[in-house]
Design a protein around this ligand. Structure first.
Ligand code: ADP
Ligand code: MG
Length: 379
């Protein structure tokens, strides 16, 4: 009897873990952007097919390490292709009262902002997703009985502080949970938007503000998480208190580079530490969601993961796009970004290229420490 009760408890906890859905992980490799005056060592990483890539093994340049992901996007992949395969499929759920999150991870310079925001010629995930949410709502049959309302909030998490980007000079805002376990931020500006151009008129100035502030404040944008929230509330016309809310988070994360290596001191070191807390906790959360073995998902350990608690894992639909760069100077940050994101990896003794160049000797010791710390951390 006692054994049966134990077995039941195990079954229950396993069932409980199954409700945490996986985070889909995609990797996007941006094109090689060599400066004319830079020594050109060629790429250190390359795609193999739509799910696999390989990077030279720094321990032995005749070997490469092969990684497997839910999706791999090579340097020729267009903004439209990334949107269609990774983001568009999750958007209909947001109209049905479910939550979703899309975030861009990776070192500074690897293409996170290009992926999320893009440019006027190459629109990124954010403008495409917002446009699509409006299209989906406008295509709804009025006879279905629901009235839809779309709203937005835009915030930044910097140094473990939550700052409202739609309200200049805002102070650190608290994150709360209501009785239904929905996460919300009291005092955060929420604007109802009626069209894509309405969205743009609020979003563009707020983004520009952030960018301007960032050049003054020591590339603050590479150390903060920019979080756009699109909220879709639908109300049942015949019974107004019947309401469903779907939240879509679109996030340009802080750079994943290891700031200890760049010799930051004082305030910058503190900033780096704080960023590491949110990114480090995010990596633990994604890891426990995807390994399916976690007893407890550590959402409460940082502001970013606390905010995403109801929109990452559970019944939410989540995609992480890991951005990487092919140049050698990104080698160690690429390696650590891949190790964070990988479903599996495999060392293969097929040489990457015949004429490989040895990785930079000066940084190998530090890389070995990082690499071993990561290896022991995942075991
Ligand atoms: P991050 O936000 O990760 O620091 P950015 O998005 O600013 O990186 O990208 C760094 C540079 O690389 C920018 O000049 C950007 O336009 C360019 N870039 C990034 N990804 C791509 C891509 N897929 N195709 C073309 N250019 C890209
Ligand atoms: Mg950026």
């Amino acid at each position: 009897t006692r054994r049966i009760r134990m077995a039941q408890r195990v079954a229950l906890s396993e069932g409980g873990n199954k409700k945490h859905s996986r985070v889909r992980v995609a990797v996007r490799l941006r094109p090689f952007l060599a400066q004319p005056d830079e020594r050109d060592d060629g790429p250190c990483v390359r795609g193999l097919d739509s799910q696999n890539l390989e990077i030279i093994n720094w321990r032995n340049a005749t070997e490469s390490v092969k990684y497997h992901f839910d999706a791999f996007y090579g340097e020729k992949t267009t903004q439209q292709e990334v949107f269609l395969s990774s983001v568009k499929p999750i958007l209909p759920h947001v109209l049905n009262g479910q939550n979703a999150s899309v975030f861009a991870y990776g070192p500074t310079g690897a293409g996170k902002t290009h992926t999320m925001l893009g440019s006027s010629e190459q629109l990124g995930v954010i403008p495409r997703a917002v446009r699509e949410v409006f299209n989906l709502v406008n295509a709804k049959d009025a006879n279905e009985g629901w009235d839809y309302k779309i709203g937005m909030s835009y915030l930044e998490i910097y140094n473990e502080k939550v700052l409202d980007l739609l309200s200049p000079n805002s102070q650190d805002l608290p994150i709360r949970e209501d009785k239904d376990k929905n996460i919300f931020i009291p005092g955060l500006t929420h604007i109802t938007i009626s069209s894509f151009s309405d969205f743009d008129s609020h979003f563009v100035p707020a983004s520009l503000n952030r960018t301007t502030a960032s050049t003054k404040l020591n590339q603050r944008s590479s150390r903060s998480h920019a979080v756009l929230l699109i909220k879709v509330v639908r109300t049942w016309r015949a019974l107004h208190h019947r309401q469903q809310t779907g939240k879509l988070y679109l996030i340009d994360l802080a750079g994943s580079e290891d700031n200890r290596r760049t010799g930051n001191q004082g305030i910058r070191l503190k900033e780096s530490g704080a960023i590491n807390l949110s990114l480090f906790t995010l990596s633990k959360v994604v890891d426990s969601l995807n390994s399916g073995t976690a007893i407890r998902v550590p959402y409460r350990d940082s502001k970013l993961t606390r905010l995403l608690q109801d929109s990452l894992g559970g019944s939410a639909h989540s995609v992480m796009i890991t951005n990487i760069a092919p140049e050698y100077k990104y080698y160690f940050d690429t390696f650590s970004a891949l190790n964070f994101a990988a479903k599996s990896k495999l060392i293969v003794n097929k040489p990457f290229t015949r004429e490989t160049v040895a990785p930079p000797v000066l940084t190998v010791k530090r890389a070995r420490e990082t690499h071993e710390a990561q290896e022991s951390g995942t075991e």
